[in-house]
Design a protein around this ligand. Structure first.
Ligand SMILES: *[C@@H]1O[C@H](CO)[C@@H](O)[C@H](O)[C@H]1NC(C)=O
Ligand SMILES: *[C@@H]1O[C@H](CO)[C@@H](O)[C@H](O)[C@H]1NC(C)=O
Length: 410
């Protein structure tokens, strides 16, 4: 019923906007030289909103690119780009500001790095965290090494042995997200102050809040005006549980930040150290942020990272497991490759395994774990770079070398 009303409102507003633009002409003549994906696209953004709401944005955009080339107009002020040179490179390398869309993603009423509209504060915040999130730091961090060892061998492996013994079906996607959440929060807040979603069912239940929170995103980010207007007329487009779920996520993160703060004096470099929390806090203090904003700024930033981190990585892991279970030969080969590592392998030696690397690259190519309007879907399906793009074929990363591999890596 609610979605019918919403649909009705979308149609009415589209119609009104269409009439307006029809009589005032194409709003942006600069873009009129670019092929349009749909006859409505130059006049209203509701064509695109409709695709997002019905879950077919990526496929329709991809089909438009196949028909019209690498640059396509998808809205009055919006284009879709799927080429690297004179395309993605220009956009990311240039100093374009982010779209207003990002401003919708605030936590605790504060803009995190993701939600910051302007380049300067965004890159300043990014610089504060680059060090502890860089590949070399992560690979060499003794704290993280201990954390990974603890979460995998003390928490996950015993649980997996029980599954294997009992032969009960399990939801691997939930388990993957739980495990990634434990690893991430332990690195952020220290092992004792992070989550224990893997072992504690009461905590695992909190994952539902993160899923529920995502379900409200369309209304909040894509059609905030309509959502507010509907609210004035007493029509709730966002279910009650969604706002409660935001509260519960914020509470979870607030509590972890509080315990990390009280554990800060612990200067020891061990798994109890809140690595990322401590780094951000000291950098914000250095930048002389007003003290009353310090705690809320940190907690808003941390929540964004643990949310996006466990969802994106969880999705990649689940697709990888799914594809591996359909390819038993590859699974045997992967086992053989892992067996060459010995008992306590360095992160570097794991990183150097060619088959493991190919499996991850191919999974991230075909099933990118990000949400929102991204060109990744089409870029990764460019048949000139990836022949038979819809096929999950990890060997392509092993067979390719030289210029070909470089192009794929782009
Ligand atoms: C935070 O971690 C420290 C060190 O591991 C531990 O002593 C403390 O009990 C933890 N606090 C909470 C609230 O779990
Ligand atoms: C510091 O960490 C150690 C090792 O985890 C722990 O035993 C100790 O209680 C911690 N100290 C404080 C003040 O939290």
């Amino acid at each position: 019923m609610l979605s019918l009303i919403a649909l009705f409102m979308v149609i009415i507003s589209t119609f009104l906007l269409f009439l307006r633009y029809l009589f005032s002409g194409d709003s942006s003549s600069l873009l009129s030289a670019i092929p349009t994906s749909h006859f409505l696209a130059p006049y209203t953004r509701y064509w695109l909103v409709w695709l997002k709401g019905t879950g077919c944005e990526h496929r329709v955009r991809h089909a438009a690119h196949a028909r019209l080339g690498p640059i396509v107009r998808i809205g009055p002020n919006e284009i879709s780009v799927t080429c690297i040179e004179n395309g993605v490179q220009t956009i990311y390398g240039g100093s374009f500001e982010k779209a207003a869309w990002y401003l919708n993603f605030q936590n605790y009423g504060q803009p995190s790095m993701f939600a910051m509209g302007h380049n300067k504060p965004h890159s300043e915040r990014k610089c504060m965290l680059t060090h502890v999130c860089s590949k070399s730091y992560i690979q060499n961090s003794p704290e993280l090494n201990e954390i990974i060892h603890h979460v995998l061998s003390e928490r996950l492996l015993p649980k997996m042995r029980t599954w294997a013994k009992n032969g009960v079906p399990i939801n691997v996607h939930e388990e993957n997200k739980a495990c990634i959440m434990d690893l991430t929060t332990a690195y952020f807040f220290g092992l004792g102050n992070g989550t224990n979603f893997v072992q504690d069912p009461a905590q695992t239940a909190l994952l539902k809040n993160f899923e529920l929170g995502m379900s409200g995103l369309f209304w909040i980010a894509e059609v905030p005006g309509i959502t507010k207007l509907a609210g004035i007329f007493g029509i709730k487009l966002i279910a009650d549980g969604v706002f409660q779920s935001y509260q519960l996520m914020e509470d979870l993160c607030t509590n972890m930040c509080k315990s990390a703060k009280s554990n800060l004096s612990n200067e020891s470099t061990n798994k109890a150290h809140p690595t990322v929390y401590a780094q951000l806090r000291s950098k914000l203090e250095e930048a002389k942020i007003p003290s009353e904003l310090l705690d809320v700024t940190i907690v808003a930033e941390m929540l964004d990272h643990i949310q996006a981190g466990h969802e994106g990585t969880g999705i990649t892991l689940t697709f990888l497991m799914c594809e591996l279970s359909r390819n038993p030969t590859l699974m045997v080969q992967l086992r053989e490759e892992l067996a060459t590592l010995g008992t306590s392998p360095s992160a570097q030696s794991i990183d150097n395994l060619p088959l493991l690397d190919a499996l991850l690259m191919e999974t991230m190519r075909l099933y990118p774990g990000s949400f929102g309007p991204a060109s990744v879907y089409s870029l990764h399906r460019n048949p000139k770079v990836f022949p038979d793009p819809e096929e999950w074929r990890p060997e392509r990363w092993i067979e390719a070398s030289g210029e070909k591999k470089k192009e794929m890596m782009k």
